[in-house]
Design a protein around this ligand. Structure first.
Ligand SMILES: Nc1ncnc2c1ncn2[C@@H]1O[C@H](COP(=O)(O)OP(=O)(O)OP(=O)(O)O)[C@@H](O)[C@H]1O
Length: 234
C-alpha cells in the first residue's frame, strides 16, 4: 500500500496533521535531557535545531558541553546517569548504537588515519551510495573545494593544522550525516583561517540541510552561527 493510499483510508484532517507532524519533526530535537554525575545534576537541556540551523553550546570548563554531545552521539561514559529524548528527523535515536545514529562528529584535534593518504581518508568518509570512478571524482572535487586540489596522495602527517582540520571536516561532511556535532573544531586555527573554515562548514551544512550543534568558547563563532544558544553556565 502506498503512503497516499494509506492517507486515503483515514479522515483527511488527521492525514494533514500527520503530514504536518512529519514536517515539524525534521531536524534535531532534544527533549528534557537531564544528565547527572555522582548523584548531582550536571545539565538540563531542551533544544530544537532545524535543518541547516546552527545551535551553539557555551559554558565554562566542566559544565558538560562535551558530555551533552557524547549523549547525543551515543557514547556517554557509564559514570553518567542520563534521561531525555533525542529525535533526529522524526526518529527517536536514543536506543540506537553510535554507529547507527547517522551523526557526524568532529573534535578539537582532527584525527586522520595515518596509514592512508589524504585522498584515501576522504574516500573512507564518502557515503556508500557513491560508486566506482564517481567516488574518486567526488573526493577530488571536495579537495578542490577546500583549496587542497593537489593533495590527494599526500601523507596526512605532512599537513599543517589548518589543512588537517579542513580534511577532517570534509571527511565528516562526505559521509552525509543527518546531524553534525562540532566540539570546538576551530579552536586551534588562527583567526582568519578560523573565520574561513567556519563559513565553509556552515555553508555546507546549510546546503545539505544538516542541523549542527557547535560547542565553542568563542563569541564570534556564536554570532556567526546565528541559531539558538544554550549557555550551560547559567
Ligand atoms: N568519563 C568520565 N567519568 C567521570 N567524570 C567525567 C568523565 N568525563 C567527564 N567527566 C566530568 O564531567 C564534567 C563535564 O565534563 P565535560 O568534558 O563535558 O565538560 P566541558 O564543558 O566540555 O569542559 P571543557 O570546556 O573543559 O572541555 C567534568 O566535571 C568532568 O570532569
Amino acid at each position: 500500500m502506498t503512503q497516499s493510499e494509506t492517507f486515503d483510508m483515514i479522515d483527511p484532517s488527521i492525514a494533514t496533521e500527520m503530514v504536518q507532524d512529519k514536517l515539524v519533526a525534521s531536524g534535531l530535537q532534544l527533549s528534557q535531557i537531564d544528565i547527572a554525575l555522582d548523584g548531582k545534576s550536571l545539565l538540563s537541556v531542551s533544544l530544537d535545531v532545524k535543518p541547516g540551523q546552527i545551535a551553539t553550546i557555551m559554558g565554562p570548563s566542566g559544565s558538560g558541553k562535551s558530555t551533552l554531545l557524547a549523549y547525543i552521539g551515543g557514547f556517554l561514559a557509564s559514570e553518567f546517569k542520563a534521561s531525555g529524548k533525542v529525535m533526529l528527523n522524526g526518529c527517536d535515536i536514543c536506543a540506537l548504537p553510535a554507529h547507527e545514529r547517522k551523526i557526524g562528529i568532529l573534535f578539537q584535534d582532527p584525527l586522520l588515519f595515518p596509514h592512508l593518504s589524504v585522498g584515501q581518508n576522504l574516500l573512507f568518509g564518502l557515503a556508500k551510495d557513491a560508486r566506482g570512478s564517481e567516488r574518486k571524482e567526488r573526493v577530488c572535487a571536495t579537495l578542490k573545494d577546500i583549496n587542497l586540489a593537489d593533495f590527494y596522495d599526500r601523507d596526512p602527517a605532512t599537513l599543517s593544522g589548518g589543512q588537517k582540520a579542513r580534511v577532517a571536516l570534509a571527511r565528516v561532511l562526505l559521509s552525509q550525516p543527518q546531524a553534525l556535532l562540532l566540539d570546538e573544531p576551530f579552536s586551534k586555527l588562527d583567526a582568519s583561517l578560523r573565520a574561513q573554515m567556519r563559513q565553509w562548514v556552515f555553508d555546507k551544512a546549510k546546503a545539505q540541510g544538516v542541523p549542527i550543534l557547535l560547542v565553542t568558547h568563542d563569541e564570534e563563532d556564536a554570532k556567526a552561527a546565528a541559531g539558538p544558544l544554550i549557555d550551560l553556565g547559567r
